[in-house]
Design a protein around this ligand. Structure first.
Ligand code: FRU
Length: 489
């Protein structure tokens, strides 16, 4: 009897304390939104993007949970609101009807005993399910543990963490690096891939299957480094594109090779074939970088209306973030529509980007040494004679950062040069259009060459609006549009 009574009291205590923790979690969410609203007023807007997603305050890294749900796109991101440097990870949240106009939503996940590391989402009718890595500190070596968690929402705004977390407690080989689940549904099953490594430090991606996302069966290693492909594969993604399968990931530890792999960490993909009966991915085309710019990491995709869209963190680890003194750091690239041509992913800005064009600022042949000035948000279409050199300087009207876009017909390379040897370059053989389409925002440049076979995403920090100078020996045919704001201030 006493035992039964004690058991009952214990149950009541557990129920009370979990109700208290639910209440305090809800309370913490409310306080956080108040904090964000107040803190926003202190932000210095000089580098704030006008049409790229950025955190309202504080730090952002990877895009997470990119999904089309009930007629809207949802995009979450690694978020630390309390400082403009990395800290205990939350999931920030934005949504968009068209991938161009974005609305800020309340922070979706707050850390508790676990930090909320990167992950993905699935849409099931009115329910959205997030799957993310819970990263916990431990007392013993290696002093951290990574396992996979779920959170549910019926209104795509308020997310409840699943009581049975974690749903995937450890990696098959015991490696503590076990993160960034990308989940999708195929037929009646859920599949998830997770980034990890071998015990001798080779990056790998693990594949699992489930009926309910709660209990998972380990299937196989989907892909693994042979030793030259880095020590850890972060943020994997896997999807079908134009009849092939693409394993996209962010490998850490690639050695620079000539023009390639010059960023701190890389993002790229392997094209191959995959069979859902055998779960075997057969690589057919070796690893290629997705984007050749200075600042591109943790790319992720989603599918909607038969199209595959990609976006990435337009920044990098272990580099200066000049905007952090202004109260925020990090932004997301423009969403790009993907296609596969000649064993290469082509990336084009989503079509709806054209709706941002406000007015034509320039539409003429711009002679050598001619200058034009713009606001902070500009789209340029540049046509040139590719048998002659191109040298286009883009800089701040009031100084600050500058960047040269170059083409040398002798070596047939496109160059993005931020000065002082800070160069990214790659060979380009246009497969169709020869136009350069350039998107300038307050602290970024995205250059799409031709059909999107070569793309560069780089941060640049001009002061004032943009100024263009044609330093080429040839006139350039330039059409420029001022762009409207499409993200909150
Ligand atoms: C990639 C990454 C992920 C991790 C997250 C933590 O940039 O390191 O592997 O989940 O950032 O913020």
């Amino acid at each position: 009897m006493t035992l039964i009574r004690n058991g009952f009291i214990l149950l009541c205590l557990i129920a009370l304390s979990s109700a208290a923790s639910v209440d305090s979690y809800e309370e913490a969410k409310i306080q956080l939104e108040e904090y964000i609203q107040n803190k926003k007023t202190e932000i210095d807007p000089r580098y704030r993007p006008l049409y790229h997603v950025a955190p309202p305050v504080g730090w952002m890294n990877d895009p997470n949970g990119f999904i089309y749900h009930n007629g809207e796109f949802h995009l979450f991101y690694q978020y630390y609101p309390y400082d403009s440097v990395w800290g205990p990870m939350h999931w920030g949240h934005t949504s968009s009807p068209d991938l161009v106009n974005w609305k800020q939503l309340p922070t979706a996940l707050l850390p508790e005993e676990e930090m909320c590391f990167s992950g993905s989402a699935v849409s099931e009718g009115d329910t959205m399910i997030l799957m993310y890595t819970g990263r916990r500190d431990t007392d013993d070596e290696p002093f951290f543990n990574e396992s996979q968690y779920l959170a549910y929402s019926d209104d795509a705004i308020n997310f409840q963490k699943y009581e049975g977390n974690p749903v995937l407690a450890e990696s098959p080989n015991g490696s503590p690096d076990f993160r960034d689940p990308k989940v999708w549904k195929y037929s009646d099953d859920y599949y998830v891939i997770i980034g990890s490594k071998t015990l001798d430090n080779r990056g790998r991606v693990l594949l699992y299957k489930s009926k309910d996302m709660k209990s998972w069966e380990y299937l196989t290693v989907l892909g693994e480094s042979d030793g030259d492909m880095g020590y850890m594969w972060e943020c994997p993604d896997f999807f079908e594109l134009d009849g092939k399968f693409v394993l996209l990931m962010s490998p850490q530890g690639l050695e620079p090779q000539g023009d390639r792999y010059k960023n701190v960490y890389q993002n790229g993909y392997i094209i191959g074939s995959f069979n859902y009966d055998t779960n075997e991915f057969v690589p057919e085309v070796p690893f290629q970088e997705t984007d050749y710019g200075h600042d591109f990491y943790a790319a992720t995709t989603t599918e909607a209306n038969g199209k595959r869209y990609l976006l990435a963190w337009l920044s990098m680890w272990e580099v200066p973030h000049p905007e952090d003194t202004d109260g925020w750091a990090g932004k997301i690239t423009l969403p790009r529509e993907l296609s596969l041509v000649n064993n290469r992913i082509l990336m084009k800005p989503v079509e709806a980007m054209e709706n941002l064009r406000e007015n034509i600022a320039v539409d003429e042949n711009v002679g050598s040494d001619e200058e034009h000035e713009f606001g902070k948000a500009v789209e340029l279409l540049v046509d040139s004679d590719l048998e002659q050199k191109v040298d286009l300087l883009l800089e701040g009207r009031d100084g600050g950062g500058k960047v040269w876009l170059r083409w040398d017909p002798g070596v047939r390379k496109v160059v993005v040069d931020r000065g002082s040897g800070d160069i990214r370059q790659v060979e380009w053989s246009p497969i169709g259009s020869h136009t350069w389409r350039i998107f300038l925002d307050a602290s970024s440049l995205e250059l799409f060459c031709g059909e999107g076979e070569v793309v560069f995403s780089s941060r640049v920090f001009p002061l004032g609006g943009w100024k263009l100078t044609n330093q080429s020996p040839q006139p350039l045919r330039i059409k420029a549009f001022n762009l409207k704001r499409s993200v909150p201030e």
